[in-house]
Design a protein around this ligand. Structure first.
Ligand SMILES: NC(=O)c1ccc[n+]([C@@H]2O[C@H](COP(=O)([O-])OP(=O)(O)OC[C@H]3O[C@@H](n4cnc5c(N)ncnc54)[C@H](OP(=O)(O)O)[C@@H]3O)[C@@H](O)[C@H]2O)c1
Length: 319
């Protein structure tokens, strides 16, 4: 099969990026993956992927170090900008821990893309940049025209939401201003099988349900999407010439209670929350129609949960 060209994936060792790298290699791309500490054992899984020996090169890069990004991106045709801090608790120093790397980091990646004459960059944003918008009517389906309100995020101290909203809107604006083809994707909570040995924030949501045995857990709406379907979406957005602007990426909307019941019926022996609080908020509705019109499909939730649990067992994350 002919080679598809050379692409860079930032934060290659993370949960989503690992699947993106694996999929790109399986489709005969040459991949430059950026990691912060190439010698760290937590990235060893990347070098074991099929075709990694021949087609994957890891680069040491930090989002706040322009030169390191420039070196990794040079010579590539496209970039998947996936890296961003994803905190699982509230940050004590949000500017340094989240906002700086997300906003300035994305800006650095885009500058390096312009310098390397990159044909398209796919930036991973989040629905955190979509749905924190109190003026959007609750009954109206949220599509790509809905943006989180940065003042609201700031007032609620939702620093990750603020960071993703600023990073994404500035990325799209940068693209328009500099003539760089920037496409963004906004996934909901991403779950599924892990390739990496460490626990990321969204995987922790499932692990808490399976093993924490908490006295009480909040019953809330969970909008979920499989990590493999997100990786497919990123590549679709890179390859489809007609892709433009932003894309919401979501598959299933479910209450925590239903999620717990689905897991319990299949795996009765784990330590589930003992009680779920009553759920009071009105559900919100998000649409991935724009992405589906490009040909994106998602798998059933049962498959995602089964494969996720199996991977947690294999990785010793349920012990
Ligand atoms: N998982 C979700 O539910 C979800 C939903 C919507 C959007 N997203 C977005 O998807 C992307 C990937 O998230 P994930 O779930 O895969 O999280 P993850 O496993 O925590 O991956 C985040 C990656 O970002 C890298 N990173 C963080 N700060 C960096 C910095 N200053 N310089 C270089 N790299 C840095 C990390 O590198 P190290 O390995 O060196 O720490 C890691 O590889 C993020 O942009 C996130 O906002 C995630």
């Amino acid at each position: 099969m002919a080679m598809k060209g050379k692409v860079c994936v930032t934060g290659a060792g993370g949960f989503i990026a690992s699947w993106v790298v694996k999929l790109l290699l399986s489709r005969d791309y040459i991949v430059h993956g950026t990691v912060r500490e190439p010698s760290d054992a937590k990235y060893a899984h990347l070098t074991k992927f099929d075709k990694a020996n021949e087609n994957l090169q890891l680069f040491k890069a930090d989002l706040l170090d322009y030169q390191s990004l420039r070196t990794a991106i040079a010579g590539c045709d496209g970039v998947f900008h996936v890296a961003c801090p994803v905190p699982s608790t509230t940050s004590s120093n949000p500017e340094t821990e989240v906002i700086g790397p997300a906003v300035k980091g994305t800006h650095n990646v885009l500058e390096a893309c312009v310098e390397a004459k990159i044909k398209r960059v796919v930036v991973v944003s989040s629905v955190a940049a979509v749905f924190s918008n109190p003026s959007w009517p609750r009954s109206r389906v949220m599509d790509e025209s809905c943006w989180s309100d940065t003042e609201h995020c700031r007032a609620s101290k939702d620093w990750y939401f603020l960071a993703k909203t600023k990073a994404e809107s500035e990325a799209l604006e940068f693209g328009r201003r500099c003539g760089l083809d920037v496409v963004t994707i906004c996934p909901t909570l991403v779950i599924g099988p892990v390739l990496q040995p460490t626990v990321n924030a969204s995987t922790l949501v499932l692990l808490r349900i399976l093993k924490e045995g908490s006295e009480s857990m909040e019953n809330r709406q969970r909008m979920l999407v499989d990590v493999r379907d997100v990786a497919e979406a990123l590549i679709l957005l890179y390859e489809k010439r007609e892709a433009e602007g932003r894309y919401i990426c979501t598959a299933h909307s479910i209450e925590t209670r239903e999620l717990v019941d689905a897991l319990k019926s299949k795996y009765p022996d784990y330590s589930y929350p003992k009680k779920l609080s009553e759920w009071k908020a009105e559900p919100i509705s998000l649409s991935s129609e724009k992405l589906q019109r490009l040909g994106w499909k998602y798998r059933p939730l049962e498959e995602t949960l089964a494969d996720a649990v199996q991977s947690f067992k294999d990785a010793g994350m349920l012990e």
